[in-house]
Design a binder for this molecule. Sequence first.
Ligand SMILES: [Fe+2]
Ligand SMILES: [Fe+2]
Length: 262
Amino acid sequence: MGAQTYLERYLDRSGAIDWDPDRFGPIDVDRTVANVVWSLACIETDSTSQASKIERAGFTRAPDVGSFLPHWYEEEQEHGRFLFAVARASGIEPPGSARLSTDADQAGQPPGPMLAVLGRIPGADVAYLVTAAAAEYTARFMYSWLGDEFAGTPVVARHFKDLAAQEARHLGFYRSAAEARLDRSRLARRFGPIILRRYWRPVGIDTLGWDRWFDTFGPMVTDPRFQHQLVGIDRLVTALPGFADTTPMRSFLADHDLLLAA
Ligand SMILES: [Fe+2]
Ligand SMILES: [Fe+2]
C-alpha cells in the first residue's frame, strides 16, 4: 500500500473522542480495575516523552510519520485526560507527574543523546514502528476489555469502545508504515528485527518503571486469557517481512518466567 493511502485512511477518521465527565454517571468498579485505568492514563499522558524520542531519532522527517504524529499525539493526550477523569470518578486522583519511572528503569534502553545516531541505522525506523504497533495492539485489547468491565456505566463503556477503535486505527497506520519500509529495503528487513529484539519491552515500563508495571499488569499477564491475547502481538510481528523468527512478547515472558504452557 502506498504511503498516501494508509496515511489518508487514518487521517480521514482522526480526531479526539467526545466525552464529558458530567455524563459518566456513578461509577462502581473494583479498585484493581480503577488502578489499571489510572496506570493507562499515565502511559497515555506520557506520550509526550515518546513523541520527543521519535523527534530526536529523526523519524518525523519521513512524510508519513511526520504527518501522522501530531494527530496521534493529540489523540493519545485526550485518552490520558479521559482515563484520568474515569480514574478520578472511580476514586483515584491523578499523580503530580505521569512519568513515574526512574533512571534505573531505563537501563539497557538507548540514552537520549544516542537516539539521533541510532535513528540513522537502517531498520531503526521499522523497529520503532513495530514497537508502536505492538503498543497499539495492547491498548486496543485493554480498552476493549475495560469496555466490558465498565458495562454498569454505559456512557463510559461506550467511550472505552471508541478508544479501542481509535487504537485499532493507530495500529493500522504503524503496521502499514512498517510494511512499506520492509517491502522496499533489504537492510530494513535485515536490521529491523535485530534492533527490535535488542530494545523491545512491553508498553508502559518506560512510564511506570518495572516495579509498578509488574504490580499493575503482572496479575494480568499471568492470567491465561490475557496472556493468550498478549502473545497475539507476536502473530502481528512474525507476519512482517524479515520478522518470521521475532517473537518479542514470548521472549519477554520467557525471560521473566511468566510464560505459561501453551
Ligand atoms: Fe491511546
Ligand atoms: Fe494509540
